[in-house]
Design a protein around this ligand. Structure first.
Ligand SMILES: NC(=O)c1ccc[n+]([C@@H]2O[C@H](COP(=O)([O-])OP(=O)(O)OC[C@H]3O[C@@H](n4cnc5c(N)ncnc54)[C@H](O)[C@@H]3O)[C@@H](O)[C@H]2O)c1
Length: 320
């Protein structure tokens, strides 16, 4: 797809981060956008930002509350879109919504684990199931599924269990790669791409807590885990109160946003350029490219402490 003007795009998780920036850049190119999110407030802000520039006449930006892990909510989103965008077809589907957390089979509950998995994997699967009939009706279409570098490398460092997110992101990558041929055989006017971002400056750390815990505060169990993790990093936690641990977690979430090598806006541009170039694999950020090379060069070493330390030093990651 060479040009987005006059097309209709669906974006899941359009409230903040890369979803918001995708919406802004698509609208700037004259594309209609229908987004969903769990936060009405965040979507209202995305819509406001899109409307700051004068919109082309008749361009529609619609917002829809839907949790992507729940099929009924996805179907309601689809029905609202058909009505409010006055269409029976879409051209672009960005399955972007995702959260982290719930990463351990030992220290997290099953509900937390499955919440992350069902959003990161289930949201992509249900997104494709729900919107495929509308894509098929368009003259050309493109599905963009957001995985992660954690779709080919299952770690964020040695001090963190990360099983739910990595399983989901590997599933998104495998699904999208297999989908390419299914589309070629059955709907050749639709293409698909898997997006694998490195560290992007967004509020995903605090947003994930909001989705998992109902607020950006750590649960009592997470405070215990945080103490263990900080201790493992050589920090003396004995004299720190729970409030101080909360503050450290809030600061780390802010740093994740502020100190990333790639902004959400730059990431959205890479993604849209990748779609225009019809690339099926879209690595986002220099860190993602380097990690991809390193894992391919030495797969057997990929989960050793030396691998992580040397990679983190090279790209300046301080996540684990
Ligand atoms: N930020 C990174 O470093 C990074 C790296 C690799 C991959 N990713 C992936 O990129 C995608 C976008 O993440 P981001 O960094 O922009 O995060 P973000 O938190 O800024 O944006 C994600 C949006 O999805 C929404 N959301 C969460 N759960 C939802 C649900 N169940 N239903 C609907 N909406 C929901 C959130 O409210 C939020 O608005 C995610 O899939 C994430 O896993 C991010």
């Amino acid at each position: 797809m060479k040009d987005f003007a006059g097309k209709i795009a669906v974006i899941t998780g359009g409230g903040t981060g890369m979803g918001r920036e995708l919406a802004r850049q698509l609208v700037a190119e004259g594309c209609n956008v229908a987004m969903c999110d769990v936060s009405a407030e965040a979507m209202a802000e995305t819509k406001r930002l899109c409307e700051v520039e004068k919109l082309p006449q008749g361009l529609r930006i619609t917002t829809h509350i839907a949790d992507v892990s729940i099929e009924d909510q996805f179907l309601r989103f689809r029905d609202e879109l058909i009505e409010q965008q006055a269409t029976d077809r879409i051209h672009l589907l960005f399955n972007n919504a995702g959260i982290g957390g719930g990463g351990s089979l030992f220290t997290n509950t099953r509900e937390q684990w499955e919440r992350t998995f069902n959003i990161c994997w289930g949201g992509v699967y249900l997104g494709v199931r729900t919107f495929l009939p509308l894509l098929v009706k368009a003259d050309e279409g493109h599905i963009v599924n957001t995985s992660s570098v954690n779709g080919f490398w299952a770690s964020v460092g040695l001090g963190v269990s990360h099983t739910a997110y990595c399983s989901a992101k590997f599933a998104v990558k495998g699904f999208t790669e297999a989908l390419m041929n299914d589309l070629r055989l059955n709907a050749p006017h639709i293409k698909c791409s898997v997006v694998m971002p490195g560290h992007i400056g967004t509020s995903i750390v605090s947003n994930s807590r909001k989705v998992q815990n109902g607020s950006d505060q750590l649960t009592p169990n997470e405070i215990v885990q945080s103490r263990q993790r900080l201790k493992g990093m050589g920090i003396d936690v004995a004299g720190l109160s729970d409030d101080q641990i909360q503050q450290i977690a809030l600061d780390r979430a802010q740093k994740f946003h502020d100190e990333a090598p790639t902004t959400a806006a730059a990431a959205a541009k890479f993604i849209l350029d990748g779609v225009k170039a019809e690339r099926w694999r879209i690595l986002v950020g220099d860190d993602a490219h380097r990690l991809d090379q390193r894992v391919r060069q030495a797969p057997e070493k990929a989960y050793t402490p030396e691998f992580y330390q040397s990679f983190a030093e090279e790209v300046g990651w301080r996540l684990g």
